[in-house]
Design a binder for this molecule. Structure first.
Ligand SMILES: C[S@@+](CC[C@H](N)C(=O)[O-])C[C@H]1O[C@@H](n2cnc3c(N)ncnc32)[C@H](O)[C@@H]1O
Length: 263
């Protein structure tokens, strides 16, 4: 892989032991529940219920594969990821023959193989999102759909009370990814010749969920942040925990983009 992993931490580097796979699966599954209705609407728009061949690129530990399988158990569903541990973990969720180790920028499939090619929290991590999107388009059949179901944009994150150190630590925890991928989706689709429908996945969380979100983010940072930031993190943990539900506000814009491939 050409990524300079010594300088840039990638999601691949984060997932190195099975315990982390379990941790991420629970984290992602929890976050998924808040946006189910938007995804269901996108699935309806793509007619995912009747699709026969579906590919998820960057399928990770398989939370989206599991959801799709429950909606359309008859489809031939393939999950592709570069991380073998994530794939092994997702074997518990979907059958072996649907999982392939590979690079999203060089998909090992013939052109026009799939009715739907989608991804979820993936494009932000790839080295060349346009090349990757073009590959996703190549393997989609004419008339089929390409979908980025969720990509965040940290530049639009709103927290109140504001805390600069918090934002610094959050950005630090995803170094290697593009924190501003959300706002770029429409342009990237345009650049490969697709007219995308772009919208928001995220919702304004109710009070208890905001506190839970901070707890989840704190736990993630505690697990992965560098030792020199531990003291800052301990102070922030105390600060957040001193607030009752309803006293904190947090909103992270997470965008989607979907487009139909025309002949
Ligand atoms: C944040 S995880 C998202 C996983 C899953 N889609 C989900 O929503 O739970 C991003 C995934 O993309 C994979 N990934 C990153 N770059 C990749 C690449 N170039 N090719 C294939 N997979 C890649 C990582 O290994 C990781 O499993």
């Amino acid at each position: 892989m050409s990524r300079k992993s010594s300088q840039r931490l990638s999601s691949r580097d984060l997932l190195t032991v099975e315990d982390d796979a379990r941790y991420f699966t629970e984290l992602y599954q929890g976050q998924l529940d808040w946006t189910t209705s938007t995804r269901k609407r996108l699935y309806r728009q793509m007619d995912l219920f009747h699709a026969q061949q579906i590919l998820e690129v960057g399928s990770g530990t398989g939370v989206i594969l599991r959801e799709i399988k429950s909606i359309n158990p008859r489809a031939r569903l393939i999950g592709l990821d570069q991380n073998l541990l994530a794939l092994k973990y997702s074997q518990k969720i979907v059958a072996n023959d649907t999982l392939i180790q590979g690079d999203g920028a060089v998909l090992p499939f013939s052109s026009q193989s799939f009715d739907i090619v989608l991804c979820h929290y993936f494009l932000m991590w790839v080295e060349n999102p346009i090349t990757t999107l073009r590959e996703m388009m190549r393997v989609t059949r004419n008339g089929g759909w390409i979908a980025c179901l969720a990509e965040p944009d940290y530049g639009g994150r709103m927290d109140y009370p504001d805390n600069e150190i918090w934002m610094e630590l959050l950005l630090n925890s995803i170094s290697g990814a593009d924190p501003f991928i959300g706002r770029k989706l429409r342009t990237y689709f345009y650049q490969i010749g697709l007219k995308a429908h772009v919208g928001l996945q995220s919702i304004v969380l109710p009070p208890e969920a905001v506190n839970n979100l901070y707890e989840a983010e704190l736990a993630k940072l505690k697990r992965f942040c560098s030792p020199e930031n531990h003291l800052k993190l301990d102070r922030l943990t105390q600060l957040f925990r001193s607030h009752k539900p309803g006293e904190l506000f947090s909103f992270m814009p997470v965008l989607f983009a979907i487009a139909r491939k025309t002949a």
